[in-house]
Design a protein around this ligand. Structure first.
Ligand SMILES: Cc1cc2nc3c(=O)[nH]c(=O)nc-3n(C[C@H](O)[C@H](O)[C@H](O)COP(=O)(O)OP(=O)(O)OC[C@H]3O[C@@H](n4cnc5c(N)ncnc54)[C@H](O)[C@@H]3O)c2cc1C
Length: 164
């Protein structure tokens, strides 16, 4: 990361970003043609290992690409707040973000699909939901095992620095 002072390594703050971001931009590569698709997600982050669960309809282009090439990248951001200045180059946006790479699999095991859906709903709503076999049969669940990620924060400038 070029601006090292913006890198986040604190585990609690990484959890906070994962909790606050609700949309993951999933990057796929279809024979070299990039494809980015926004999706809601759930996550587990334990012992330094980050796993995402995503879901969707039973069919769609993203699954075709994952089946051909399971290598993925992702990005998410939260707390994006624009700030102003006197001149154009003083305008900007605060944010917290995470991006990385990993391997995607389309889960076929019913119990893992149920677990993935519960994790997704917990991350999205903060509530506990359970899913029966019938409910998970009508969705696809994607698991992303992350192999590399970084987290970054751009804070809002101090009030008295904004108009310098
Ligand atoms: C904030 C947000 C959250 C979402 N959450 C989910 C989720 O949790 N699960 C889920 O399955 N979907 C979600 N979607 C919709 C998702 O982005 C895709 O539209 C959907 O998953 C279908 O993707 P697919 O690759 O299967 O495309 P297909 O339905 O197979 O269509 C392929 C083509 O449709 C077009 N297309 C697909 N998606 C979009 C899009 N979002 N915008 C414009 N054009 C598009 C592209 O040209 C693409 O090549 C979300 C979208 C947004 C904006």
């Amino acid at each position: 990361m070029r601006k090292r002072e913006r890198e986040i390594t604190d585990i609690q703050e990484i959890h906070s970003i994962l909790d606050n971001c609700k949309i993951l931009h999933l990057g796929l590569s279809d024979d070299g043609q990039p494809y980015v698709v926004p999706l809601n997600f759930g996550y587990i982050f334990e012992n330094g290992i980050l796993v995402f669960y995503l879901h969707g309809a039973n069919e769609g282009y993203k699954y075709e690409v994952i089946r051909k090439n399971p290598r993925v990248s992702f990005a998410m951001e939260c707390d994006a707040i624009p700030f102003e200045g006197k001149v154009a180059c003083q305008y900007g946006m605060s944010y917290r973000s995470i991006m990385g790479t990993g391997k995607a699999e389309i889960i076929t095991d019913t119990e893992e699909k149920q677990l993935g859906m519960s994790i997704l709903m917990k991350s999205q709503t903060g509530k506990d939901f359970t899913f029966n076999e019938k409910l998970v049969s009508i969705v696809n669940v994607i698991k992303i095992t992350v192999d590399n990620f970084s987290a970054k924060k751009r804070p809002l400038p101090e009030e008295n620095c904004r108009n310098i």
